[in-house]
Design a protein around this ligand. Structure first.
Ligand code: ADP
Length: 365
């Protein structure tokens, strides 16, 4: 039986388990032998892997996080680490890998595949594998699935986990709104996303935030503090009791300096005399059970990943499974990794601008 490995790597996200379950079960359906590699690339380097039976993935759909573990693995960033990883793959008879992770993890996957031939040559030259193994495992197939709460990968509209994280943020912001209203406070809510503002942008839309900072579109003016305070003062003078500002963790100004939540809070307190607080949502955004969309995406993409492994030839580049216009897509992994991206493709910028106008009656004509 052909053996395939599956690993989850980088930051965990809701729906990774759904993808693991789908890959494992589809592999069994197709007569393959699926193996879990634990804690991402660390499990490859440390040789921690084992077969997964059909029943081993029972009940996974509703669980957040990833039951096969994830990690950030420094060793895998070095060739020596990837050499050991290659040796363990060959020793365990694995010639195909499904990697579920963010852009970093998929970059690592692409590197392993690009170096595969030379890694095997080095293993052979140092007697860590023999001639037969060199010939049998000459090609490594890798399929990438994007698991990330940040929705920060190009070539796909949505990543596995981002919608669940957004739901979690909305719940938290709704809770904060209630207390903000009661006390007449200003809240600065900091959300995750690294260098991508998708979570902040969508959360701002979904919660009718009064101001928003994202990395992709820094304030255009130097004196953005005055601009923000003038707008928020107008809302206050109009009788609005609470203020909600959403800050993406990677927010920057036009000189690329970070915009810190605490700094925004201090401005609201000093200039507008608000009782202002910061809430950093943190890891609660990753927690809880996945929403329908992430269960769906993990499942259909996991199924497709197994199809792609069976279809791959030594000549085809490693694919990344995405979704575009509600269709599952397959693009070369290297292309998706290389492409930089502006604001997420998941929301049309014009539609978003129109929706934000709904907050301010002065836009009304
Ligand atoms: P994410 O996949 O969520 O973006 P990271 O960027 O932390 O998370 O990447 C996860 C892991 O992928 C890293 O700890 C490392 O083992 C591997 N990795 C990331 N970038 C590279 C790279 N350029 N070369 C090799 N491995 C990498």
């Amino acid at each position: 039986k052909r053996r395939i490995g599956i690993l989850t790597s980088g930051g965990d996200s809701q729906g990774m388990n759904a993808a693991v379950r789908a890959v494992v079960r589809m592999a069994h359906v197709k007569g393959l032998d699926p193996w879990a590699i634990y804690d991402g690339y660390q499990g490859l380097v440390d040789n921690v892997m084992r077969p997964l039976a059909w029943a081993d993935v029972q009940g996974l759909l509703r669980l957040g996080g990833t039951v096969i573990g994830t990690a950030r693995c420094l060793a895998f960033r070095e060739r020596a680490g990837r050499l050991t990883a290659a040796q363990h793959l060959v020793e365990n008879g694995i010639d195909a890998l499904v990697v579920i992770g963010g852009d970093g993890s998929l970059t690592g996957a692409d590197r392993l595949r690009a170096e595969w031939g030379s890694l095997l040559d080095e293993l052979l030259a140092t007697n860590r594998i023999d001639q037969v193994q060199r010939a049998t495992y000459a090609h490594l197939n890798i399929v990438g699935l994007v698991g990330s709460i940040d929705n920060d990968m190009s070539s796909t509209d949505m990543t596995i986990g981002c919608v669940s994280a957004l739901h979690r943020i909305c719940e938290a912001v709704d809770a904060i709104e209630a207390t903000a209203l009661s006390h007449g406070r200003a809240f600065v809510v900091e959300v995750m996303g690294r260098h991508c503002g998708w979570l902040a942008l969508t959360a701002a839309l979904a919660s009718a935030a009064d101001w928003l900072f994202v990395p992709e579109r820094p304030p255009l003016v130097d004196n953005w503090e005055e601009e923000m305070c003038a707008h928020l003062k107008k809302l206050k003078d109009r009788g609005q009791k609470k203020i909600l500002v959403i800050v993406s963790e990677g927010a920057i100004d036009k000189n690329l300096k970070p915009i810190k939540s605490e700094y925004v809070r201090d401005l609201l307190a000093a200039k507008l005399k608000f009782d202002a607080r910061v809430t950093t949502l943190g890891h609660v955004q990753r927690g809880g059970s996945p929403c329908f969309y992430d269960r769906y995406l993990g499942t259909v993409q996991g199924v497709r990943a197994v199809d792609e492994i069976l279809r791959a030839t030594p000549e085809t580049p490693s694919p990344m499974i995405g979704i575009s216009n509600n269709k599952i897509t397959v693009e070369p992994l290297v292309q998706a990794v290389t492409l930089t991206h502006a604001v997420s493709t998941a929301i049309d910028a014009k539609d978003f601008a129109r929706a934000m106008e709904l907050r301010d009656p002065e836009f009304a004509t």
